[in-house]
Structures are given as structure tokens and as C-alpha cells.
Design a protein around this ligand. Structure first.
Ligand code: PMP
Length: 417
């Protein structure tokens, strides 16, 4: 599969060879690098992509959830063009910033006040900073398998990849006893409990509602600040997973699609915590309120991704996951899909896992094969087998994907078993 992939993409191969001469590692995003070289996508229209070698794809990667609106949503393009006509970035406050802040505070139950950043990573770093300053404590409880940014990566086993000198204490995801034990053992110095309501990078593993409720109770018990990282999951309803489950954290971090595909991050929460930014805590950033992100975000959240659209997307994703799981079951192979709503990940085991896990070498091979087989079928998804639906995806596109997965289950049945 790899050889065939490479043979059909000489221009992507040449681009990669050239990039290696000047870009450390050949690219600037770890997640999009894969062997033998990444296919270079050079054009997009709604949910279609074309690569440098002129192959067309259905885009089910959805820019790792940031591409919710597809590549050519006209209302977002219009907003961006209008902003450009007035000029780029003025080192000043502006109405676009207030509008987007108001939209976000109106939607997410935990967010009374919000601030913007350039990325989800920065949003998490700032939320951690705020929570530590607010509590006067140091320690940060995070979960194995969690991902909160390139410098905040927590593998399931082995040493923390968090490349920061912060006192992290690690617990097991979806394990109430582990969370309680770690929180209580560190209670006096625990500033933060940081959790994804669904581990995204960790394989689209949803948190059990009782696990999140346990974390809420543990934060109340210990005085720690509960932070939901909804950078990916905020799309699952108008107010994110917190609104869907009725569990309200003290702070929330956001990112990805919210600025209509422009660079974005945000952190917000209780007014008393966020009041630190009235003078005590600095938070600067040249591009935090850049006019492109603010304008596109205002249109994206104000006009396009309404509560009804969010709910419809969630339901479509739920239906798709059920269909895909039926494919694996019908073929009698260990192929399942985990996730919530419009985000799902292929798993090469049954029953579908409910905790993060280290894939076996065989599962790693199947992941790669699945990715290349889908590319061959003209479907682009995340290398790790994650799908993030975007709004332009049509029912016929989903039918095509389900059929491609059925072909995979049949053609690769022997390897799967
Ligand atoms: N948190 C979560 C849950 C994420 O999935 C990501 C990105 N994949 C981040 C934080 C980091 O966001 P960014 O890539 O914008 O820095």
C-alpha cells in the first residue's frame, strides 16, 4: 500500500525532499507528518481536496476539527474579504473582538468572561496560569492519553511528553478511583484538574458522564479549578459537551473551528477567576485579536454554526458511527468506531475501547493500511484514523465513506482477524 501510494505521488515526494533541506523534519506540524512522505494538498472547495499530483479527495479530516465550515464557505470568505479591504491589524481593540466574545459567553455555561489566543495550546497554557494564580497552588492534574497542545502531551505509558517544567500529577482517564486517589493525595497543592470531555488525539474516547461528575466533585472537595479542554469537543452542541451533559467546569478552553478556520484559541470561565486579567496577570499576544480571526469567528458562530446546526451535525455523526459499527459487525471483523457526534476514530478491536490504550504493532499496521486504503478510495482522513465531519459533507459522501469502510473490512478481513 505504501509503495503504491508513493509511486502515484511523485510531486508530493519531490516537495517533501526539498522541504527537508530547510524545514526541520520536513514540515511544521507533527500530526501531519507520516511515512514515506505526506500528500501535499494544494486546493480545497467545500469538502473536496486536491493534491499536488492531481488526485481528488473527499475531505473527512476536516483539518482536525478546525475545518468545520469546509474550504470555501461564502459567508466566511465575504467576511474575510471585507476585513481585508479595511486593512490588516491595527494594534488596537475593535468591535469584532467584542462581538465574538459576546457570542462565546452566551453559549458556554462556564464562560462568564473570555480572552483570545492564537491557538488551543496557548489557551490551555493561559488557563493553567490563571488557575495557578487564582488558587495560589502549583500542581496540575492531567490524564494519561490526554492532549492539550504540542507542549502539553501526555502519553498513556512512559514519561510525560509535556516539555514544560510544571508539576503535573497524572491519573487514569475514565477511572474514578484513580482520579480520586491522585486528587486527594495532592489536595493541599492541587491548582487544576485539566481534562478533555472526550480524548480527541487519544483516539476519540468519550469521558463517561459519571467520570466528569466525579472530577467536578473532586475539584469542589479540594478547591482545585476544573478546566474542560473543549478545543475539539465544543462542536458537540451550541454550548459544548458541558452543556450537553449539564456539568459545568470552572474554566473552559476553546480553539479550532471557532474562528471559521482562521487561527484561534480562547480561554474563559468564572468571572472571579478571569478578573485576574484586570491587572494582576499579564496576557499579551500580537495576534490574539487579529482582525481576520475575529471577523470570521463572528460570522461562523453568529450566523452559521447555530444551536440547530450544531445539533443536526451531532445527530448525523451519531448515525454515521452506528452505520460504521454495523459494517464491522456484519463483516465479522474487529473494527469499531469510537467518538461523539461528528468526531470518530477507527479502532481495530472489539468491543470499542472505552479507555485510551497503547495500540499493538498489529493495530498500528492496520491503522496505516486503513489510512492508505482510504486515500486510494479518494478519502482523506487523519493519519491516526480520525474523522471530523465538516458542514458541507453530504449524505452521498457519507454513503461513499461507509462503502469504502465495507470494502476495507472485506479486503483486509484476514489481516483484521
Ligand atoms: N487541546 C485539544 C483537545 C486539542 O485537540 C488540540 C489540538 N489538536 C489542542 C488543545 C491544541 O490546539 P492547537 O493545535 O490550536 O494549539
Amino acid at each position: 500500500a505504501r509503495a503504491q501510494y508513493a509511486a502515484r505521488r511523485p510531486r508530493s515526494a519531490a516537495l517533501h525532499a526539498g522541504a527537508l533541506e530547510v524545514l526541520a523534519g520536513g514540515n511544521t506540524r507533527t500530526v501531519i507528518a507520516y511515512e514515506p512522505f505526506p500528500a501535499a494538498m494544494v486546493r480545497g472547495e467545500d469538502c473536496r481536496l486536491w493534491d499536488l499530483d492531481d488526485h481528488a479527495y473527499l475531505d473527512l479530516c476536516g483539518e482536525y476539527t478546525a475545518g468545520l465550515f469546509g474550504h470555501s464557505e461564502p459567508r466566511i470568505h465575504d467576511a474575510l474579504h471585507a476585513v481585508l479591504r479595511r486593512g490588516i491589524n491595527f494594534a488596537s481593540v475593535g468591535p469584532g473582538e467584542e462581538k465574538l466574545a459576546r457570542l462565546i459567553c452566551g453559549r458556554f455555561p462556564s464562560i462568564e468572561r473570555v480572552r483570545f489566543t492564537n491557538s488551543g495550546t496557548e489557551a490551555n497554557l493561559m488557563a493553567l496560569t490563571a488557575a495557578r494564580a487564582f488558587t495560589g497552588r502549583a500542581k496540575i492534574m492531567a490524564f494519561r492519553g490526554g492532549y492539550h497542545g504540542g507542549v502539553l502531551t501526555f502519553p498513556i505509558t512512559g514519561a510525560s511528553l509535556a516539555t514544560l517544567p510544571l508539576p503535573f500529577v497524572m491519573a487514569d482517564y475514565n477511572d474514578n478511583d484513580s482520579a480520586a486517589a491522585v486528587a486527594r493525595a495532592n489536595a493541599a497543592d492541587l491548582a487544576v484538574i485539566l481534562v478533555e470531555p472526550m480524548q480527541g488525539s487519544g483516539g476519540c474516547i468519550p469521558a463517561r458522564p459519571d467520570f466528569l461528575a466525579t472530577l467536578r466533585a473532586l475539584a469542589d472537595e479540594t478547591g482545585a479549578v476544573l478546566i474542560f479542554d473543549e478545543v475539539m469537543t465544543s462542536r458537540h452542541s451550541a454550548g459544548g459537551v458541558q452543556a450537553r451533559l449539564g456539568i459545568t467546569p470552572d474554566m473552559t478552553t476553546l480553539g479550532k473551528y471557532i474562528a471559521g478556520g482562521m487561527s484561534f484559541g480562547a480561554f474563559g470561565g468564572r468571572a472571579d477567576i478571569m478578573a485576574l486579567f484586570g491587572g494582576k496577570l499579564p496576557h499579551a499576544g500580537t495576534f490574539n485579536n487579529n482582525v481576520l480571526s475575529m471577523a470570521a469567528g463572528g460570522v461562523a458562530m453568529g450566523e452559521i454554526f447555530t444551536a440547530e446546526v450544531a445539533e443536526a451535525l451531532y445527530q448525523r455523526g451519531e448515525a454515521l458511527r452506528a452505520r460504521l459499527n454495523a459494517v464491522g459487525a456484519a463483516a465479522g471483523v474487529p473494527l469499531s468506531f469510537t467518538g461523539i457526534g461528528s468526531m470518530l476514530t477507527a479502532q481495530f478491536r472489539i468491543p470499542a475501547p472505552d479507555r485510551p490504550y497503547v495500540p499493538t504493532p498489529g493495530e498500528e499496521q492496520l491503522r496505516e493500511l486503513f489510512f492508505f486504503d482510504m486515500l486510494e478510495a479518494g478519502i482523506y482522513l487523519a493519519r491516526r484514523g480520525m474523522v471530523a465531519l465538516s458542514l458541507p459533507v453530504a449524505d452521498a459522501d457519507l454513503d461513499r465513506f461507509v462503502a469504502a469502510v465495507a470494502d476495507f473490512a472485506e479486503n483486509r478481513a484476514e489481516l483484521l482477524r
